[in-house]
Write a protein that binds this ligand. Structure first.
Ligand code: UDP
Ligand code: MG
Length: 322
């Protein structure tokens, strides 16, 4: 009697990685997968509009065996979209996402699987910060996670990467989300479920350059903030409120000290100064009202994101058909 081995899908987003792919596949990913027993694997390469020879290289593998699959996107949509596409087509009982550049060591895959076998539904690779290239990137990424936490996103562990293993139950829920400005890790963290973390050292690229330069990373950060939190709006409202209150008090002070008491302090504040105080007061009001309308917009935004109100953990629920 043959035992049916459960399938695990490996999703690899690829954008112009011709220099890396042969080395990554032949000497990193595929030998590691060979070593793992008790599971079958499918490897889904998501070609995210590569303009180099990446597709030709992948086709050499897909021609050899149909456990290698190529999902070719019509143009470059960005890694977030590529990951979402891969998750949609993955058939496995669990899906592991991994970069093609060798920065996320495939030798850890057995550890991911082990945690999953022990009951974790999302196993996330957490990078130790100090391996990030470049001073600005390093400080920037620290600042990013600090701000994200400050803004009330308590789900995301600093240093989380897209090197993760996701259980089928979570993948199915993820596939139901329809919002467009998405950050995969933010969404998966938002979904909840039982999470586990694996610390690893973010290696150097095997070859080639990262497609994410500073400006792209900055946009990604802004997207994360906007899609996960409304705190930036509220901050401006607070600033407006402070300005309004202070200038109001200052106005009262001028009226009392100058016109009622007859300027005992001898300030001789003229019309221009009074005008400046009045205008500052109005600026405060404008900031407040802007923040209020922005909050309305954020509610509309939340509605259009169409996230479900809650996610049911089907395995943990009992005596109910969910
Ligand atoms: N990638 C992608 N689409 C893009 C940019 C990158 O699919 O528009 C892939 C890339 O081929 C790699 C992974 O996403 O497999 C991570 O990209 P990169 O190494 O450039 O980013 P970083 O290591 O800085 O996160
Ligand atoms: Mg990389």
């Amino acid at each position: 009697m043959s035992i049916i081995e459960p399938l695990i899908s490996i999703v690899v987003p690829i954008h112009n990685e011709q220099e890396v792919l042969p080395e990554f596949l032949d000497h990193n990913l595929l030998p590691e997968l060979e070593k793992i027993e008790n599971y079958k694997f499918e490897v889904i390469f998501v070609d995210d509009g590569s303009t180099d020879k990446s597709i030709d290289i992948i086709k050499k593998y897909t021609d050899k065996s149909n456990k290698y699959k190529l999902l070719a996107l019509s143009r470059n949509f960005g890694k977030e979209a590529a990951l979402s596409a891969g998750l949609r087509y993955a058939k496995g009982k669990a899906v592991l996402t991994i970069d093609a550049d060798g920065q996320q060591p495939p030798s850890l895959i057995p550890k991911f699987i082990e945690k999953w076998e022990q009951g974790a539904e999302v196993v996330t690779g957490v990078r130790d910060h100090f391996t990030k290239h470049g001073f600005i990137q390093r400080k920037g990424s620290k600042l990013f996670y600090w701000l994200l936490r400050r803004m009330g996103n308590k789900h995301t562990v600093p240093g989380s990467t897209d090197y993760r293993l996701i259980d089928r139950a979570v993948v199915d829920e993820f596939n139901r989300l329809s919002e467009h400005n998405r950050i995969t890790r933010g969404l998966i963290d938002w979904l909840g479920f039982k999470q586990e973390y694996i610390k690893y050292t973010y290696g150097a690229r095997i070859a080639g350059k990262p497609s994410y330069n500073l400006s792209k990373l900055f946009h990604l950060a802004v997207d994360s903030f906007i899609s996960m939190s409304t705190t930036p709006l509220v901050i401006f409202g607070y600033i407006g409120a402070i300005i309004t209150v202070l200038s109001f008090l200052l106005g009262i002070f001028v009226i009392v000290q100058q016109y009622i008491l007859g300027d005992p302090l001898g300030l001789y504040w003229n019309g221009a100064v009074q005008m400046a105080i009045f205008i500052t007061f109005l600026v405060g009001l404008v900031l407040i009202s802007q923040a209020i309308s922005a909050l309305y917009i954020s509610h509309i935004h939340a509605e259009t994101q169409g996230r479900p109100l809650y996610i049911v953990d089907k395995k943990a629920s009992q005596n109910l058909k969910v």
